[in-house]
Design a protein around this ligand. Structure first.
Ligand SMILES: Cc1ncc(COP(=O)(O)O)c(C=O)c1O
Length: 447
């Protein structure tokens, strides 16, 4: 069975009618548009735009349709059985796979240069599936302590269920190495941590995991595959919260896990016998699809998949603009005496600025900052006219949030302090507005 979920789950209509004879405009980034002789290498956006036409689309439709059907009808009951047994490609039931979702999965695989992707209802569902499908009581996980708050909470839940979790400062590989145990199954980091922007020692942790045969999972949400591909530093699985910059419009929730093909699943102890029968390259995703997606049921709706796929087409364009805006804003605020600190990897003052410059195409759309003592962060936020107080990131609009009082409130002051979260910290997810308008808005709001 192919490790490529898209190939396995070929459009159902093909199973009935076989490949259409009429000329279908198939884009193949490896072989080129229409011409099969030359082998041009297409850029990120060209590849993402044309990716879903690599397989024929029904009725020569230019865009992939939204398939809302939960069930897939077969004219031959034996074929249905064969699809269920994984002997031939096809869809079984909407919770486990859907043509619109499958097209998005192919797109994300292309973005990440991965071999297969599995989509979920949210980014958290994708991270939760790691624990549900791949970890058992008695296992050990090493996680960066600089994490999105809900991921931190999730690891605490996982720990309460019998999997040991060590939180370490992952900006230095030595801390990760010191925490490893014979039972360590997984090392988990975010590229740029949300919201304090610490950067994990990505490449060295990758080398360590490869040398020890440990699964390396990288949450790429803050960088997106346009700025960074975790596969290049040896990540076996990549997490993307599609809700954020990949969708980009803040109108659909979604998450994804991508298998980069780097990790040797035949060495992973927790693969169940029925998945061991598959080729090693397919075992991880097969178990994640069954035990993580099918059994827990946090499936991505086809309508959401469609919205995310449309948004994904402009990922590179938006990232260029939001990263430039973020750098301009962070630079302006850092130079202002009313601002106590600005945390943005694009600033030379950031502790991992050099690392970020070497690894990422740009420094990201998100920064956080602290106002000088005596300036009320709520009053400041209320004076903004363009920036909107809201809890999301990666939107086309600039969103701001007082971190300690909202998304990191639940964890309490001690844990916040250990994560470097000041009580006055403001997180800014920078949008695509005109740079001059953002500079004026954030400057004018200072007292
Ligand atoms: C780095 C990171 N990972 C995962 C998530 C979870 O994504 P979702 O809100 O789609 O569940 C978020 C959400 O902000 C995030 O910032």
């Amino acid at each position: 069975m192919s490790p490529d979920a898209g190939a396995r789950d070929a459009p159902a209509f093909l199973l009935h009618h076989r490949a259409p004879r009429a000329p279908v405009f198939i884009f193949d980034p490896d072989r080129g548009l229409r011409t099969m002789s030359d082998k041009p290498s297409y850029g990120f956006t060209t590849t993402i735009l044309h990716n879903d036409r690599r397989k024929p689309i029904e009725h020569y439709s230019l865009h992939k349709p939204v398939h809302t059907s939960v069930a897939f009808g077969y004219t031959d009951a034996r074929q249905l059985a064969s699809v269920f047994q994984g002997k031939e490609p096809g869809f079984r039931y909407g919770r486990q796979g859907n043509p619109t979702v499958s097209a998005l999965e192919d797109k994300i695989s292309k973005m990440e240069d991965g071999v297969a992707t599995l989509c979920f209802a949210t980014g958290m569902a994708a991270i939760g599936a790691l624990a549900q499908a791949l970890l058992r009581a008695g296992d050990h996980v090493v996680s960066s302590s600089f994490l999105f708050g809900n991921t931190n909470s999730l690891w605490n839940t996982v720990a309460s269920q019998g999997t040991e979790v060590s939180f370490v400062d992952a900006t230095d590989v030595a801390n990760v190495e010191a925490a490893l145990k014979p039972t360590t199954r997984m090392v988990f980091v975010e590229t740029i941590a949300n919201p304090r922007t610490q950067i994990a020692d990505l490449a060295r942790i990758g080398e360590l995991c490869r040398a020890r045969g440990i699964l390396y999972v990288v949450d790429n949400t803050m960088t997106t595959p346009y700025l960074f591909r975790p596969k290049t530093v040896g990540a076996g699985l990549v997490v993307n919260a599609l809700t954020k910059s990949i969708g980009g419009h803040g109108m659909a929730l979604g998450g994804a896990l991508t298998d980069t093909g780097v990790f040797d699943w035949s060495t992973y102890p927790n693969i169940a016998d029925n998945f061991r029968r598959q080729p090693p390259a397919a075992q991880g995703m097969a178990q994640l699809r069954a035990k993580g997606l099918r059994d827990f049921g946090a499936s991505l709706a086809p309508e959401a998949a469609h919205h995310i796929a449309v948004g994904a087409e402009t990922l590179a364009l938006r990232m260029e603009r939001t990263c430039a805006n973020a750098l301009a804003l962070a630079t302006m605020l850092e130079a202002d005496e009313r601002v106590a600190a600005v945390h943005y990897p694009g600033l030379p003052s950031h502790p991992q600025h050099q690392l970020a410059s070497e690894q990422f195409r740009a420094y990201g759309s998100l920064f956080s900052f602290e106002l000088k003592e005596g300036i009320d962060c709520f009053d400041y936020l209320n004076r903004l006219k363009v920036g909107i107080p809201a809890s999301n990131l990666g939107d086309t609009r600039t969103l701001v949030i007082p971190v300690a009082h909202t998304i990191f409130f639940e964890m309490g002051p001690e844990r916040r302090a250990s994560m470097g979260i000041a009580e006055s910290l403001i997180r800014v997810s920078v949008g695509i507005e005109d740079t001059a308008d953002l500079l004026a808005d954030f400057g004018n709001a200072l007292p």
